[in-house]
Design a binder for this molecule. Sequence first.
Ligand code: PLP
Length: 357
Amino acid sequence: MSRFLKQRYQAMEAYTPGEQPRDMEYIKLNTNEAPFPPAPSVLEAVGKEDIALLRLYSDPTCSALTEKLARLYGVGKENIFLSNGSDDILNFAFMAFGEKGARFPDITYGFYKVFAQLHGVEAEQIPLEEDFSLDYKRYCAGGRLTVIANPNAPTGMSIPVWQIEEILRSDPHRVVVIDEAYVDFGGESCYPLIEKYDNLLVVRTFSKSRCMAGGRLGYAMGSAAIIADLEKLKYATNPYNINRLTQALGEATVDAEDYYRAMCGEIIRVREWTAKALEALGFRVLPSQTNFLFVSHSGIGGKALYLALKQRGILVRHFESQRIRDFNRVTIGDKRQMERFVETVKDILQEAGYENK
Ligand SMILES: *Cc1c(COP(=O)(O)O)cnc(C)c1O
């Protein structure tokens, strides 16, 4: 740290992304990326002409992509906000709506806490229940910006839309952000509620279910007024924050809905297969509506399993925080990768002397 950094940033703890090691080829099950490439039409969507056009600024309004998304969901163009990944949108949401503080679960996406600190927003972390479920009543009323990942990460569990509606209704004077990064893997989206509740912001990403984590593209849906607030902050920071190539790839992605629906279906099937295989090995597997599983085993510690897997070329995500240190978060890869994963886990358990009955 230099002596020049503003005091308020000195004690701030930044987000720790999942590791992306380059020392060898790993089976990467640690950052919830898709195991499949984008749709064939997306691979063809950008050519030399588009690269040549990089001399020009990108469209700050993302008009073509906004229109496609508006048509897909049957909402107005003024109800859609696009930005450089959904992290970027969450950042703006904390910046814009955190005046009276923010409220989110103790076990959830680690970035919420970072954004709260970054913007000097007082954070109230509400513990999940003993079984990692979320009691919606604890988010009713309270007057603070409320942020809920649904389905939640890293637990993988979700709450039904009627509970979100109760939260929205309980206090119309604060914004409720529902982060739907994983909704395409079996959750239920609450975006139809934006018509009825002007305090709802639904945040989505192309990173997980649209195979575009490296493209950096996220979008949000909400009332025209809330969207206008976010636009204001975007134009105050970086109006061209989605590059031309990503906009073109995003448009082609929206046109390939069928491909991605089928892919999510396949990931769900492989998830269910993996969950059964792990349960048969004695794992506790939380119910998942996402492209990952959150698992623990009484015969081996979370960190020990993470390290043993890494040594054998498989990366999963382990978190050090007290309540979940027995667990690992395992991204669902393709069938072949998950077979390798299960076989490797079996070997590790055997070596650790755990006898499976
Ligand atoms: C991955 C993830 C994001 C970030 O997505 P980007 O669009 O890649 O920035 C946001 N929220 C949750 C819960 C996530 O898991």
